[in-house]
Design a protein around this ligand. Structure first.
Ligand code: AMP
Ligand code: MG
Length: 332
């Protein structure tokens, strides 16, 4: 069975994210070895740039006129300091594009410096870079946005099975959503393209909520989450998980709440569009609800950040109002 949605953008995004995610996984297998030191971020740098180059190339072929907003740009690769990294990136990109030159690769990456126009694509080539390096959860996330709304989103999650169950080096998951057409999951490996429709959990009792949060304390406010959990009588401990895999698990019914509070050290932080676009539509189309901490819908018409939103609250819908009330009570 091919993608169960008749839409050229969906077909494109599924193919591009699958190709990029499989490449990112190969980079991890080859470069994240026990020998690398804890501080060495070079494997994720190579994976990030290689994935953005490949998706940039695919977008150039399929939608040459359309805007593209990617997390990365090739500035750091152009000088002498970037030469070795660019060589490594070229090695991986050539597995998909054998004739790619280092100059081509920089050009494809820099397609991502585009404007967030009326319609555009946005990419997080490796979301959850710390998870990638720890061999925990990470995701490749691509979304199509028109008039400030996400219309199509695709997540490649190599460390999830059926979009919901963490499994190291398993088949991985590919999730796709299109506005009004639902959310779907298939195996990332693509061996058996049997797409399954996703539905959020129907848990309506807040005490039974499973709450997903960032692993990295700097990306949220774990103290605030603790207060909220206590105030609402949530019995289970929050589940730490990197990347938009949190949205995938919520869409697939493996949790009820994905919460991003503002870090007390960065109260001015505004979410990057590529960190939320694909994941948010996957949850909404699975029946969930996504807003900011004030209950405002996410507005993707302000460029590279969600400038008019504060934090993120994504739920299975049934628990949304209860969580918003709790957030108000703790002053989050
Ligand atoms: P997570 O995997 O949930 O920790 O989220 C990873 C994303 O957090 C990265 O892609 C960053 O863009 C984003 N991020 C970086 N700094 C902050 C911050 N101060 N607050 C919230 N998110 C952040
Ligand atoms: Mg990210």
């Amino acid at each position: 069975m091919t993608v169960p949605i008749e839409c050229s953008k969906v077909k494109f995004a599924v193919a591009a994210v699958r190709e990029a995610t499989l490449m990112v996984r190969r980079v991890q297998q080859e470069l994240v070895t026990p020998a690398i030191t804890k501080e060495d971020r070079s494997p994720v740098t190579v994976a990030d740039f290689a994935a953005q180059a490949l998706v940039g190339k695919r977008l150039e072929e399929a939608f040459p006129e359309m805007g593209f907003v990617g997390e990365e740009n090739a500035d750091a690769l152009r000088g002498e300091e970037g030469r070795e990294t660019l060589e490594q990136i070229t090695h991986f990109v050539r597995q998909a594009e054998p004739d790619a030159s280092p100059e081509d690769i920089c050009k494809w990456i820099d397609r991502g410096a585009g404007e967030a126009a009326d319609e555009f694509w946005t990419l997080d080539p490796v979301d959850g870079t710390k998870g990638f390096l720890r061999r925990d959860q990470y995701a490749v996330a691509l979304a199509y946005i028109r008039d400030g709304y996400v219309r199509v989103g695709v997540l490649g999650c190599p460390e999830l099975v059926d979009g919901v169950r963490p499994e190291k080096r398993g088949p991985g998951s590919l999730l796709v959503a299109r506005r009004t057409s639902g959310s779907w999951v298939a195996s990332l490996s693509g061996d058996q393209e049997s797409w399954q429709r996703l539905a959020v959990s129907d848990q309506a009792n807040v005490s039974g909520a499973r709450l997903l949060r960032s692993v990295e304390r700097a990306h949220t406010n774990t103290g605030g989450i603790g207060q909220l959990v206590a105030r609402l009588g949530i019995t289970a401990d929050p589940v730490p998980m990197d990347s938009q895999a949190k949205y995938a698990v919520l869409a697939a019914g493996g949790g009820e709440v994905n919460l991003r509070l503002l870090s007390p050290k960065r109260l001015d932080y505004r979410e990057k569009i590529w960190d939320q676009a694909a994941g948010s539509i996957v949850v909404e189309e699975a029946g969930g609800k996504v807003s900011d901490l004030d209950g405002k819908p996410l507005d993707f018409s302000y460029g590279r950040t969600l400038a008019t939103n504060r934090g993120i609250l994504a739920t299975n819908r049934h628990l949304h109002d209860t969580l918003l009330t709790g957030l108000k009570r703790i002053g989050a």
